[in-house]
Design a protein around this ligand. Structure first.
Ligand code: PLP
Length: 419
């Protein structure tokens, strides 16, 4: 691959086009590894942004994509339907909370979030409340990089630069009671007050249940979600759970909402939905929301792409046949054991583990060039950001690979100390 072409012309995520950070040329993927162009295996410690839950290139999913490509890689979805979309809906109906009746296939996680926000507004209009156009969200949250999704992500985060572009939304304090810790009712008071005072303007509330991932890497108490469900019922505010990062086993339950035992009105899924093979999001809605929303005003060109739907069905079959629960629980135990040893490191503020996610919250992280050097030296792919050195490995990771990952996290920590 011509790295000079890459450097000169290709714009990478969260990067400058003219002074790009270092990149590693990948040639192929297999099992839990990404192989570099010069043939070095890198254990993927973050499942390629948390989507390759069953390792890379899972055979049944790749086969399903091949088979579908030979028959019908794409067809528009307005006025036409197809088998892969229906087969996927059958599976989602069985896997998602039973209240979820209707599935809108979006082309990515961010778009699934946009659709959720729009559905909620259409629902409120149909109930005779056209003034309810705002969304309430949590500080420290992340819901994607499109305009609506940015507007409900942490207002102090990287999206602050787009302030003028974004619709103004309402934010409640981030839940402070940790997952597994004691619950205190005052943790819900900021949200309770917001919903009470702004109920005439708020169409929906969106949260990442239990695990605020991309912005805060924070695991919070599930009681928060039960309180939130009750408050939304009180004011008929639409409750949206963004399970794009947490769905399909990541936190040790099928969905993070299972820790709380409550269902939302709308649920967004994506990422691991296709086992990391192709982009697909989905916005699932309760009957009440779908009937209220009426004609939904959204329709992307690649909606319900048959390749993506076929991949998702195969991925969900894999999810149902694989002992992910046993694997995630073993990963959790090992992460707790191995990451705990870093707690007294002078740069470490906190060590957190839930399911197949382990986080070292630090004072600082090493610069990109140092990260690249450590990745190549350790043979472990990790991408620290903000104050976090973290792992979200594939559920298929072996104990030896996981130890290599936690050792590499330690090396990153030491390098941050020297930087
Ligand atoms: N919502 C959550 C909770 C996410 O973690 C992400 C991505 O990290 C998104 C939405 C956006 O998904 P996508 O990157 O597929 O647009």
């Amino acid at each position: 691959m011509r790295l000079d072409t890459d450097r000169r012309h290709i714009w990478h995520p969260y990067a400058s086009a003219v002074t790009p950070p270092p990149v590693i040329p990948a040639d192929r993927t297999s099992g839990n590894c990404v192989y570099t162009e010069d043939g070095r295996p890198l254990v993927d410690g973050i499942s390629s942004w948390w989507c390759a839950s069953f390792g890379h290139r899972p055979e049944p999913v790749v086969r399903a994509i091949h088979k579908q490509a030979e028959r019908m890689p794409h067809v528009m979805f307005a006025g036409i339907t197809h088998g892969p979309a229906a087969a996927l809906a059958d599976r989602l109906k069985k896997l998602l909370p039973e209240e979820m009746e209707h599935f809108f296939y979006a082309d990515s996680g961010s778009i699934a979030v946009e659709c959720a926000l729009k559905m909620a507004i259409q629902y409120q209009r149909s109930c005779g409340r056209p003034r309810r156009t705002k969304t309430a969200a949590l500080r420290g949250g992340y819901h994607g990089d499109t305009v609506g999704a940015m507007s409900v992500s942490d207002p102090g985060g990287m999206h602050a630069v787009f302030g003028g572009l974004l619709p103004e939304q309402y934010f409640a304090d981030r839940p402070k009671c940790p997952f597994g810790g004691a619950w205190k009712d005052e943790d819900f008071s900021s949200m309770a007050q917001l919903l009470e005072t702004r109920q005439e303007e708020i169409a929906s509330v969106i949260v990442e249940p239990v695990f605020q991932a991309a912005n805060a890497m924070w695991f919070y108490h599930p009681e928060y979600l039960r309180k939130l469900r009750a408050a939304c019922d009180r004011y008929d505010i639409v409750l949206i759970f963004d399970e794009i990062a947490t769905g399909f086993g990541r936190t040790g339950k099928p969905f993070a909402l299972n820790h709380a035992g409550v269902a939302p009105d709308i649920m967004c899924i994506g990422k691991a939905l296709t086992a990391g093979c192709i982009s697909l999001g989905c916005t699932a809605a309760k009957q009440k929301i779908a009937s209220g929303a009426g004609v939904f005003l959204h329709g992307p060109t690649f909606m319900a792409n048959p390749l993506a739907c076929a991949a998702a069905s195969a991925a969900l079959d894999l999810f149902c046949s694989f002992d992910w629960c046993g694997q995630v629980s073993a990963i959790e135990k090992q992460l707790k054991r191995e990451l705990e040893s870093f707690r007294n490191h002078p740069l470490v503020r906190d060590v957190r583990v839930l399911g197949a996610a382990g986080v070292l919250e630090t004072e600082k992280i090493p610069p990109p060039e140092t990260v690249r050097r450590i990745v190549l030296k350790t043979g472990v792919w990790l991408r620290p950001f903000a104050r976090f050195v973290y792992t979200m490995p594939p559920f298929t990771v072996t104990p030896e690979e996981l130890t290599r990952i936690t050792n590499a996290m330690g090396e990153l920590l030491s390098a941050a100390g020297k930087a």
